[in-house]
Design a protein. Structure first.
Length: 248
């Protein structure tokens, strides 16, 4: 099955493609929007769920989303139309790392897309170049909740150096010239809801569409992912979402 289609099916019940609950998303977005903010940008926006919710909550904002996947951008467009915010959203099918608009943004988001830039700090470097002087960045990435063992690293296809613990992660962000003005560490419940939704949505689709050529592949992918999570990285991989401003 095409990776993008599989991701779309797996996120049917959890459109925020990260272990962050709806109420946490709302709180992060509200902390990110300062008085007078007008423009927002999502680097690696996927299906555009963060932007859709941002535009619904803050009617004065206009937003842009960047992603390399046309199918994801089409879902973002459809979601914006359903929510009545399509007239305030512009979508760009291009590499987020190469995006070069003519203006700056009051809010720059990039949650769970650090791989597109080569890591957390390169993601922040890209955001800094697009951020208005008093703007705010919302960035989300993984960290080691506990020291990863061989099973966790194998399940994630990762190395120990791919992440650090939470204090070290935040220290690196601060040393890079950023001040956290809010943050959210995903809870075990948020992780469980995300993973059960991911594997459950994909499994349900496979069971409901047994005649489809991709059904068996989807079913096996869900089962493999569930095992990797439960027997591998559950309780080891954490996720933190930070609201940042430039340090003095």
């Amino acid at each position: 099955m095409d990776r993008q289609r599989r991701s779309h099916l797996a996120h049917a019940d959890h459109p925020i493609a990260a272990p962050v609950a709806d109420e946490s998303v709302a709180r992060l977005l509200d902390r990110a929007v300062a008085d007078g903010a007008e423009r927002a940008l999502d680097l690696g926006c996927g299906g555009g769920e963060w932007l859709r919710r941002l535009l619904v909550r803050h009617p004065r904002l206009r937003a842009e989303g960047v992603d390399v996947h046309a199918e994801a951008l089409e879902r973002a467009r459809e979601g914006a139309e359903e929510s009545g915010v399509a007239d305030r959203l512009v979508l760009h099918e291009t590499d987020a790392a190469a995006f070069a608009p003519a203006h700056r943004f009051d809010v720059v988001l990039s949650v769970g897309a650090a791989h597109a830039f080569g890591g957390l700090l390169p993601t922040l470097a890209a955001a800094r170049a697009l951020l208005a002087p008093e703007g705010r960045v919302v960035v989300g990435d993984g960290f080691w909740e506990s020291a990863p063992d061989a099973a966790a690293l194998s399940a994630l296809g990762a190395t120990r150096d791919d992440h650090a613990d939470l204090p070290t992660t935040v220290d690196r962000v601060v040393a890079d010239g950023w001040t956290p003005v809010y943050g959210h560490v995903s809870t075990a419940g948020e992780w469980d809801d995300y993973e059960w939704s991911w594997t459950g949505s994909l499994s349900r689709w496979a069971l409901d569409h047994r005649e489809e050529p991709d059904a068996l592949d989807a079913y096996q992918a869900a089962a493999e992912h569930r095992t990797q999570w439960l027997a591998g990285y559950r309780g080891t991989l954490g996720f933190v979402t930070l609201v940042l401003r430039r340090s003095p």
